[in-house]
Structures are given as structure tokens and as C-alpha cells.
Design a protein around this ligand. Structure first.
Ligand SMILES: NC(=O)c1ccc[n+]([C@@H]2O[C@H](COP(=O)([O-])OP(=O)(O)OC[C@H]3O[C@@H](n4cnc5c(N)ncnc54)[C@H](O)[C@@H]3O)[C@@H](O)[C@H]2O)c1
Length: 271
């Protein structure tokens, strides 16, 4: 096997990636790192205004970044995002299933619409985006990388997130199932389980928690402090600390890893 230099290992030129939920938060940082490494990156996000703005910011820096309005819970939207990416770039090499929602809701107050929306976006969306991407990867020849963004909640409940925890537990096991089935096509399927990462979604979640649980803002703030106090590295993570791991999994440096979930939580689950 030819030996590659570090620069060659992390070079993603001539690769095409789709990042769902790439308009903001963790997804935006993943778009940043993959496009910095040379990939053409398509943001598939439901937020049109923010998606167009993010595309503009990256293209102004000379990156190859596109935006396609996509609701990952809608199979027609998934088809459209994949077909348009292939029309434009000819191939799909990398899919990052990052789009996800985490509305806090005590299990006792759970409603069917909230349960369904969370499972449809986080689990069903991840499955069908992967299936449709894998079909195209196989059509174009054997190869491809699928990276799913799970959560430490797949392993340890934060509280008031039973629906979300079920979806992310599903993502971890589905990652292993797909890796087992698709290894023969050269498609590697891995996941990242972030801990507490400071993103717009995480800030909004705290506000929703106050509404959904009837807790006082101080109580929610205390919960946040207690969470951070448990992190051995003493702080919450930055989106780029997930993006660099996604870059590793998307690169040739990780070409013998499949079915794995890398926990990136500053050691939270150790405590
Ligand atoms: N922030 C954290 O602490 C944390 C921890 C563990 C896991 N995660 C996971 O990381 C991922 C990103 O989280 P984040 O904190 O960056 O969230 P965020 O809310 O800041 O950003 C999420 C992005 O996904 C998009 N999105 C939402 N629903 C969509 C849909 N139906 N179709 C397409 N796009 C959609 C949003 O428009 C947004 O751009 C999620 O899967 C989340 O569960 C986050």
C-alpha cells in the first residue's frame, strides 16, 4: 500500500461532501474544516436564510460551498439534495448526517408530534440520507464515508430528553449495522458522540427547557453549571472540536475504521 504524507492523508481536493444542518453550530464548523481541506461541500439545511448566508461567507473565502434547502425528514428533499450535488460535482464521497433537534420535554408531558418530529429528523433522516447516499456511492464505484453525529445522550441520559436519547441511541446502533452491511462496498460508516458543545441550538434548548418544564431560569442555569462541573477538562466544547474529528473520519487517516462511535466530550462520561 502506497505510503501517504500527512498532507496527502488530509487532502480532500476532488471530493464532494454533503453536510446536513450545515448552516450553523457544529454542522457549520464541519463545513468549514471539510472545505478548508479542499472538498466541495453542499449544505443541506432547512433554514434557507441562514444557509444562503453561510454559503456566502464561505464562498467569499474562496471555498467551494453550495446550499440546498432540505428538510432531512422529507425523503423527496433528501433525493433532491443528493441528485443536485451529483449534477453539480459528478460524485458524492462524504455524507455528514449532522442535522438534529433536541427540544427538552419531560417524558410525562411528551406529545406524539414532538416525539415524531425528533425521531423523523434525528433517526429517520439519518437512515434515509445514508441509504440514498450509499446507493449513489455504489453506482459511482466502491467508496464513501458516512459520518453520523450522535450524542453522549446515546450512552447517558441528560434528563427530559427521552425522545432525543432514543433517537441518538438508534443512531449509534444504526451506524454499526450499516457499517456491517456496507463494508463490502468500501463505504465506511462512523459516528461522533459530542458532549456539551456551545452552539445556537444548545442556547435555544435552555430557553425551551424553561418553557417545557416550568423550571425557573436559575434552576436551568444551575443544571448547566452542574453539567460543566462534571467535565474533567473543566469546560464545554467548541463546535470546531467536533469538526476536526469529522475531518479525521472523512480523511484517509481513518480508512480502516468503521462502525465506530468516537466520544468527544472532554471526559464527561468518565465522571
Ligand atoms: N450542541 C450540543 O451540545 C450537542 C451535543 C450532542 C450532540 N449534538 C448533535 O449535534 C448536531 C448539531 O447540533 P447543534 O448544537 O450544532 O445544533 P444547532 O441547532 O445549533 O444547528 C442545527 C442545524 O440543523 C438544522 N436543521 C434542523 N432541523 C433540520 C431539518 N429537519 N433538516 C435539515 N436541517 C435541519 C438547523 O437549521 C441548524 O442549521 C445535532 O444532531 C445534535 O443532536 C449537539
Amino acid at each position: 500500500m502506497a505510503f501517504k504524507t500527512i498532507t496527502q492523508l488530509f487532502d480532500l481536493q476532488n471530493k464532494t461532501a454533503i453536510v446536513s444542518g450545515g448552516s450553523m453550530g457544529i454542522g457549520r464548523s464541519i463545513v468549514d474544516r471539510l472545505s478548508e481541506a479542499g472538498a466541495a461541500v453542499v449544505i443541506a439545511d432547512i433554514d434557507i436564510e441562514r444557509g444562503e448566508q453561510t454559503k456566502k461567507e464561505f464562498t467569499e473565502k474562496g471555498r467551494k460551498v453550495e446550499f440546498i434547502a432540505t428538510d432531512v425528514s422529507n425523503l423527496e428533499d433528501i433525493d433532491k439534495a443528493i441528485n443536485r450535488s451529483i449534477e453539480k460535482y459528478g460524485i458524492l464521497d462524504i455524507l455528514v448526517n449532522n442535522a438534529g433537534i433536541f427540544p427538552f420535554m419531560p417524558a410525562m408531558n411528551m406529545t406524539e408530534p414532538v416525539w415524531k418530529r425528533v425521531l423523523d429528523i434525528n433517526l429517520k433522516g439519518t437512515f434515509f440520507f445514508s441509504q440514498k447516499a450509499a446507493q449513489k456511492m455504489i453506482e459511482k464505484g466502491k467508496n464513501g464515508k458516512i459520518i453520523n453525529i450522535a450524542s453522549i445522550d446515546a450512552f447517558h441520559p441528560t434528563g427530559n430528553l427521552a425522545h432525543y436519547d432514543a433517537s441518538k441511541g438508534g443512531v449509534v446502533m444504526m451506524t454499526r449495522s450499516l457499517a456491517l452491511e456496507w463494508g463490502k462496498y468500501g463505504i465506511l460508516v462512523n459516528a461522533i458522540a459530542p458532549g456539551g458543545i456551545q452552539t445556537p441550538g444548545a442556547t435555544q434548548s435552555s430557553a425551551e427547557m424553561i418553557k417545557a418544564s416550568g423550571m425557573k431560569p436559575e434552576q436551568v442555569a444551575d443544571m448547566g453549571k452542574a453539567f460543566t462541573a462534571r467535565i474533567p477538562l473543566g469546560r464545554q466544547g467548541e463546535p470546531d472540536e467536533i469538526a476536526t474529528v469529522a475531518l479525521f473520519l472523512a480523511s484517509e487517516a481513518a480508512k480502516y475504521i468503521t462502525g465506530e462511535t468516537i466520544i468527544v466530550d472532554g471526559g464527561y462520561l468518565l465522571s
